[in-house]
Design a protein around this ligand. Structure first.
Ligand code: PMP
Length: 346
């Protein structure tokens, strides 16, 4: 691996971060706070939240078994995706490599940050080749993006290939595990201490059922996390989000139940889809959604909209011609979908 200094943009490496009032005084003992120009009348959100989300990280640390210094929290994992570009990629000079198809925000953030985005096509079974990804990288490649289970294809990437990328690439590897809770594959969080160039992304938006609160997680070496903390907005995770997330962490066992049910429902839905006349091919899923090739994705998408049911049309995505991406819902929602598709005339 190149050194972190070589991988970080020089302006970011040199940056002296903004120091907020609550960074400078973060003890609990005081009772008169006249340091942050807040309104003293409490309705009850008059005070700035903890800029480093210490209580939340402490609780999260117990569940994820990762020390708080290795955790960055942001406004969705989308914030962490944007931060990796801003921290490590020099616009118009550096580039990144990613599998294709995958989650669209990696490319959008690359374009916003004026960083070349190199796509390496998966094979027809949506597997990737470490050799091909490494061959697409050069001395200006700072990041490689992997997503497992991948969106929109739904499959886990092969662990041995992921490991090869982490071991053989001399830049940083972003492994997006947004859907890992639904997979049988162990998370790479357990490997964090072994790989100083690995950044694992997870989110509260999927298994945790908290898409509305916007809370994403990045796990990496303490040095990488310090760089994120240096360039993030001072109060990037609001108080309501921190409070709600702590509450959800205390209800961990309920989330495990949801995940179990959703995996069972995924199995039922896949079984029913396989019998539908409009289904051409099912792709195996390790996530809370699956990809299915149908006779005519545009027509079926529009038909379902007419029935008040919205799925995702992925027809124009690479390798996903005539494919729909279907999120697993409740038993009742899934039955409504199947019923509507049974009535559809191919
Ligand atoms: N990564 C992947 C693979 C996703 O599919 C999504 C959301 N669709 C995200 C990240 C973004 O998650 P968040 O809500 O945490 O920004």
């Amino acid at each position: 691996m190149r050194t972190l200094e070589e991988l970080t943009r020089p302006n970011v490496w040199r940056l002296k971060p903004y120091s907020s009032a609550r960074d400078e005084y973060n003890g609990a003992a005081a009772s008169v706070f006249l340091d942050a120009n807040e309104n003293p009348y409490n309705m009850p959100h008059n005070r700035y939240p903890d800029p480093m989300q210490r209580e939340l990280k402490k609780e999260l640390s117990k569940i994820k078994k990762v020390r708080p210094e290795h955790i960055f929290l942001g406004n969705g994992s989308d914030e962490a995706i944007d931060l990796v570009f801003r921290a490590f990629c020099e616009p118009r000079i550096d580039n990144v490599v990613a599998i294709d198809p995958t989650y669209g925000m990696y490319q959008v953030c690359a374009e916003v940050n004026d960083v070349e985005y190199r796509k390496v096509l998966l094979d027809e079974n949506f597997r990737f080749s470490a050799d091909k990804l490494l061959a697409a990288a050069d001395e200006h490649t700072k990041l490689i993006f992997l997503c497992s289970p991948n969106n929109p294809t739904g499959n886990d990437l092969l662990r041995s290939e992921i490991e090869r990328i982490i071991r053989e690439f001399d830049g940083l590897v972003i492994l997006d595990e947004a859907y890992n809770d639904f997979s049988e594959a162990p998370s790479f969080l357990e490997e964090l201490d072994k790989y100083p160039n690995l950044i694992v992304l997870q989110t509260f938006s999927k298994a945790w059922g908290c898409a509305a609160i916007r809370l994403g997680m990045a796990f990496a070496s303490q040095e990488i996390i310090s760089i994120f903390s240096k360039i993030k907005y001072p109060y990037n995770v609001n108080q309501l989000t921190q409070k709600q997330a702590i509450e959800m962490l205390h209800r961990y066992y309920e989330i495990e139940r949801w995940v179990k049910t959703l995996k069972e429902e995924r199995g039922n839905l896949e079984e029913e889809f396989a019998k539908l006349p409009c289904t051409v091919k099912m792709f195996p899923s390790d996530a809370n959604f699956f990809l299915v090739r149908v006779t005519d994705a545009v027509k079926i998408y529009n038909y379902l909209v007419g029935e008040g049911i919205i799925v995702r049309n992925r027809n124009s995505v690479s390798l996903c011609g005539n494919c729909l991406r279907v999120t697993v819902g409740t038993r009742n929602e899934n039955e409504r979908l199947i019923e509507a598709l049974r009535k559809y005339k191919v």
